[in-house]
Design a protein around this ligand. Sequence first.
Ligand code: UDP
Length: 456
Amino acid sequence: MAECRARKRAVVLVPMPLQGHMTPMLQLGSILYSKGFSIVVAHSEFRPPNPLNHPEFIFHPLLDDSSGYKTSLVNLMDLISAINSNCRAPLQEYLGQLKKDQTLEGCEVACVIYDSVLFFVDSVATQLNIPGIVLRTSMASYMLLYRCIFQLQAQNLIPFPESRLQEPIPELYPLRFKDLPFSITAEISEELMDFFDSMVNIRSSVAVIFNTTDCLEHSSLSLLQKQYQVPFFPIGPFHKMAPAASTSFLEEDQTCIAWLEKQAPNSVLYVSLGSIAIINEQELTETAWGLANSGIPFLWVVRCDSVNEAQSVDHFLDGHFKESVGERGLIVKWAPQKKVLAHRAVGGFWSHCGCNSTIESICEGVPMICRPLFGDQRLNARYLTCVWKVGLEMENVWDRGSIEKATRRLMIDTEGKEMRQDMLLMKDKIEASLQKGGSSYESLIDLTQFINSFST
Ligand code: UDP
């Protein structure tokens, strides 16, 4: 509170409690803190962030009733909807008090920045006359895909014929109809259309912040900016601007770094499907044997809840598989991913292509095997393989032969070496965007001035 009092102007952050959403929000908090703002994090009680990792922030739990939810694909939409309805009243009360009584946290509220799926924040902020800013935690191009669904609906093209899903979407090459975030081959419910609306409609928000950068998405950003009246601030990659504080919900197994130390440069394939994706036992077995048969050293993240059959995955650490792999492979439940990708031993990343994983890999110059599963992952995979050409696509297959082949193509073949070179060029471009005069650097200055222009 003393710190907050000294700083006065506060930005209130309202994050979505999923790893891929919480991480960029907290990183944004660190960036804005470095620009002189106090940071207040008003968060759902469901999976709260760890305040010990950010002693400089003020954390305020919003007493909601979402604690019974587990985050899996099955109930993701239910979780989003529960938080939107349960957190409204507690946020309204807290923001109202903050506005009225500056001694409460010792600072004045300049604005609220909220995750794009938490659309309830917009109406709360509007009622209290506090400027609201949306944070998009996926690529900017993802917004264009949602807009496309509305266009198809308006043209009565949904249900869309299965036979045309492979076709490119006009103006959005190389994205295809099959890369849209949800299936369009059947009628879409009103409830789902309402959710899509929240993904494209920024309501009365006064700006949009993106964890992307101009050199990655110049044309999509320009296309989008023409369709919205408010300023866009693409100030990513956040994790390269923010100090490296842990944002993980799960404990990071640091022993893998000692293991990486023993491996040759660029020799290890890092394998992770992020924080939510679930595979079945057969896919797990095929992955294990594909990696084992490739002969390539690997570091594989298998979360406790990675497999949809409830049984333990620990048996992979023993028996025949363990004997075949020996010291060449390491399995952990959760890795310090950014450190892993930055390690000289890591030469490739087999990923589900979540937005954070994609950006983190590009920032370290690590080429990828792309195995998207849902949501924005197909779009990211498409950009990696067809636009930036730094990833191999492994679409619709999950057998040990394909996995072994893709692993060797990326890690040994000339094709993989060329991708590594191209990835290093992208890394350089991103680094340049973060330097004085670079697009993200300048956009952050603009954002800081923009927030400072709000009267409190
Ligand atoms: N991550 C991590 N350790 C792991 C696996 C993932 O720290 O073992 C982090 C990763 O660095 C990234 C986030 O979890 O920041 C996953 O976000 P992403 O957008 O890639 O995927 P999601 O989990 O949202 O599907």
